[in-house]
Every structure is written in structure tokens, then in C-alpha cells.
Ligand binder design. Structure first.
Ligand SMILES: Cc1ncc(COP(=O)(O)O)c(C=O)c1O
Length: 344
């Protein structure tokens, strides 16, 4: 099966990751990690602290980015009389779900369609946040499924101009696709105590099955850090593989660069067809508007080709497909199938 529906990784893991798995000593699982003797949570938080320049105490770890987001939203909404989270108009459905799981509610701020992309209006995000005064503001950069992102300056501008008791959670699950800069996070979380930035090994590092997410938080949240931490440590096998992945940027950057071929193919083959619009893609997925009259036939045809893609159902994006960027032959099959069904 070609899984192109959940922004997973259809390429090879790095040689270092494969080695780490082969060389893992099963006996390591017979003991808890001892790194807590040094007052640290994990070898991963130590490594992430070195890479990102954020003190280890303020590095968060979780069972995927999902877990960081969930724990953060639950904790901050439940410990406050304010129960609202403000999220982007089009975004990952899971944000609403975790807010509602803990009795919270959400409101949305708009995203604006501009030519072949969507954009945040930073002043508008600031205005909405001041007016609604939510407990949390969620920003996703790049956003799934629309791909829009924020620069460090824009993040700084938002942080400067919103209430300081609104916790800001930036979901950067796909950020490594758009930037190699790991140094802009530390100054932001050092300056703004109400900021949390969440990342993951599931997307750029291609390890969604490993379930490893990480994040960085501003100063003064010892109770939350204790809440999200695992007293007896993290999964030691995961730690070994994650260390190898974090040491394999060259491999994963090459893979990310290969995805440009997919983007060009979509643009060339579908970009000028009536009824289609290929949005600018900056991460490992692409959003494409399509003529919905072909929906059923396309679903059937893709099934016969063993291909899964995402037919969007979000309000306002019902006429869009989100396709994970994969290997050339997979993307060629998807494009050929769309063209065949369209021309039938
Ligand atoms: C926007 C966004 N954030 C976070 C995640 C979380 O991924 P994981 O829990 O695998 O780190 C996903 C997964 O698809 C996502 O699309």
C-alpha cells in the first residue's frame, strides 16, 4: 500500500538509524535509564539542549508531538478559569479535539488565501487574541494542511503584543522542512515565558512509528515540566534511535530535497488544468484543489492502484486533496491516476 494520506515517510531511514536499531543492546531494556541521577530527563533532552541551545530543564519530551500538544492544552486549560484556545481557521483537527477532551472550547482566527498560498495576518492574530483573550493561542508553522508559516520576527511581534497570561503554543511539526535554523527558538523562549514550541521526529526525521516529540518552553513553568515529565524515564530503545536520527540531518535533508521533484510534477501536470489549483508546498505534503465531480471515481481508481491520499472534509476545504510527498514512482502513479479519471 502507498500511504500518502498522513504525511508519513515513504523513503529509507538513515544508515545511522538502521545501525542504532541493529546495535541496540536488549539488556538496556532491563534497567531504567540512570540519567536522572544527573538531574536530567533523558539522553534525548540533553542532546536537544545542545542542538537548540535551550537549557535541558526547559526541553519537553513526549510520545510524539501529539503528546506534547495534548499535555500542554490539557494542563493550561484545566488549571485556569479561562477555557478557550484560539486556533487557525484551517488546521489539524486534533487541536479542537484535545481542547474539548478537557472541557475547553475553541475559537478560530482567519487564514487568508493569497494566489497559490495561505497566509496569517499577524496584526489580525494579535487583534483576535486581545479581543478574545484566550487561555491559549495556537499557531502552526508550517500549518497543516495549508502550509503557511511564521518567521521568528513575526512570532516575536505576536508575543510582544498579546496578553502575557495567554500561553502561546506553536506547533512546528513540519518546521525542519522550511528551515535549518535551530538557533531562533532559544532567544524566543528565553524572552517570553508564555511560549511553547513543539516539534517531532515524525515528519522531517521520518519516524512516526517511533512516537517521539519534543518541545521547548519559556521560563517559570516547573510545575508543568514536572507534570509532563516521566518520573522513571523514557523508552530507552526510542532514545537510541532518536539520537541516531538527530545525528542524520544530511540524509534527511537529501530526502526533503527530493520532494521538490514531486512538487514540480504536480504543478506541471495539474497546475493549469481547469478546476485544479496546486497550492505552494513547503513541507512533506501538498494541497490541491480539484473538481469534486471526479471524487468517487478517483477514490475507486486510487484504491485499485493501492494508493491512499487525503480527501479533505474540513469546512471550506472540501474541494481539496492533501497528498503526502513520496517517492517519484508513487507520485507519478497518483498524478497519472488523477489525469486518467479527469479525462474519462
Ligand atoms: C500539524 C501536526 N502536528 C503534530 C503532529 C503530530 O505528529 P506526531 O505525534 O507523530 O509527532 C501531526 C501529525 O500528523 C501534525 O500534522
Amino acid at each position: 500500500m502507498n500511504y500518502l494520506d498522513r504525511n508519513e515517510f515513504n523513503f529509507e531511514p538513515s544508515a545511522k538509524v538502521v545501525e542504532a536499531i541493529k546495535n541496540f543492546n536488549p539488556k538496556d531494556l532491563c534497567f531504567y535509564t540512570r540519567i536522572y541521577d544527573e538531574g536530567k530527563k533523558s539522553v534525548i533532552s540533553v542532546r536537544l539542549s545542545e542542538i537548540y541551545g535551550v537549557p535541558e530543564e526547559r526541553v519537553l519530551l513526549g510520545y510524539g508531538g501529539e503528546d506534547i500538544l495534548k499535555n500542554t492544552v490539557h494542563y493550561f486549560l484545566m488549571n485556569s478559569p479561562l477555557k478557550t484556545i484560539l486556533i487557525p481557521e484551517f488546521s489539524w483537527w486534533y487541536y479542537n479535539r484535545i481542547a474539548s477532551e478537557c472541557g475547553g472550547c475553541y475559537e478560530m482566527y482567519p487564514l487568508h488565501e493569497k494566489e497559490d498560498t495561505f497566509a496569517y495576518d499577524v496584526d489580525e492574530v494579535i487583534e483576535y487574541t486581545n479581543r478574545i483573550h484566550p487561555r491559549m493561542l495556537l499557531l502552526a508553522s508550517p500549518n497543516n494542511p495549508t502550509g503557511n508559516s511564521l518567521t521568528p520576527d513575526e512570532i516575536g511581534k505576536i508575543m510582544e503584543n498579546i496578553p502575557s497570561d495567554t500561553m502561546v503554543l506553536i506547533d512546528e511539526a513540519y518546521a525542519s522542512f522550511i528551515t535549518t535554523d535551530t538557533q531562533y527558538i532559544a532567544p524566543l523562549v528565553d524572552k517570553f515565558s508564555n511560549l511553547i514550541i513543539s516539534r517531532t521526529l515524525s515528519k522531517f526525521y521520518g519516524l512516526p512509528g517511533l512516537r517521539m516529540g519534543f518541545g521547548f518552553i519559556g521560563k517559570g513553568h516547573d510545575q508543568f515540566i514536572s507534570y509532563i515529565n516521566k518520573y522513571l524515564g523514557f523508552n530507552r530503545f526510542t532514545e537510541a534511535v532518536a539520537l541516531a536520527a538527530l545525528d542524520s540531518d544530511d540524509h534527511y535533508r537529501r530526502v526533503a530535497d527530493e520532494m521538490e521533484w514531486d512538487r514540480q510534477l504536480f504543478k506541471k501536470e495539474l497546475g493549469n488544468l481547469p478546476g485544479f489549483k496546486v497550492y505552494k508546498s513547503v513541507a512533506n505534503f501538498i494541497l490541491i484543489k480539484y473538481p469534486t465531480r471526479i471524487k468517487e471515481a478517483l477514490q475507486k481508481a486510487l484504491k485499485l492502484e493501492d494508493c491512499k491520499i487525503k480527501f479533505m472534509s474540513d469546512k471550506g476545504l472540501e474541494d481539496c486533496l492533501r497528498i503526502t510527498l513520496g517517492r517519484k514512482e508513487q507520485i507519478q502513479t497518483v498524478v497519472d491516476t488523477i489525469l486518467r479519471v479527469y479525462n474519462e
